[in-house]
Design a protein around this ligand. Structure first.
Ligand code: SF4
Length: 164
């Protein structure tokens, strides 16, 4: 918490550590990327009845919330499913640290018409603390880590920066 670790950083930590480093250093190349544009379109066209984009302390940005205490994160595919799960666990962890307990997490895949429930366990809290330390170390680096996730590289907004 002290290091201002955002939900997006936790997401990128699982997607690609190099991408995380770019993001932490405010190197952005997301606007023209087709995959990013599809995500924005999906965001604008789905779940219109709910209040969307709830930002808490500018650290976590919840896609939308339901009155029953459900936090929702919308993803377009399951290609980096683990990253989305840990992003949601981090939201639950962050709120728990602020004294807000009993919340539930859901990840929605509108294109797949699927929803996944996410819970936060005591074990997860320990894991998140380790992840926060590692993200803090990555943020402090002067050069990006060598991490290279070839499966997703071709669709990544940073492809040109990494490979050309
Ligand atoms: S192109 Fe690949 S290595 Fe570079 S930031 Fe994107 S996912 Fe990471």
């Amino acid at each position: 918490m002290k290091e201002n670790i955002t939900g997006m950083m936790v997401y990128y930590y699982f997607v690609c550590k190099r991408k995380l480093w770019y993001f932490c250093h405010e190197i952005t190349m997301e606007t023209e990327n087709e995959d990013v544009l599809l995500g924005k379109l999906l965001d604008e066209s789905s779940y219109k009845k709910n209040d969307k984009h709830i930002s808490i302390d500018q650290i976590i940005n919840i896609d939308f919330m339901k009155e029953c205490g459900e936090l929702h994160e919308v993803k377009k595919s399951k290609s980096v499913e683990e990253a989305g799960i840990w992003q949601m666990k981090y939201y639950l962890y962050y709120l728990q640290q602020r004294g807000v307990t009993g919340m539930k997490g859901k990840i929605d895949y509108p294109l797949l018409k699927k929803t996944m429930s996410v819970e936060l366990t005591d074990e997860d809290c320990g894991e998140i603390e380790k992840i926060i330390c590692e993200i803090t170390q990555i943020k402090k680096r002067n050069i990006p880590p060598d991490d290279c996730n070839k499966k997703i590289c071709k669709k990544c907004a940073y492809y040109d920066l990494c490979f050309i």
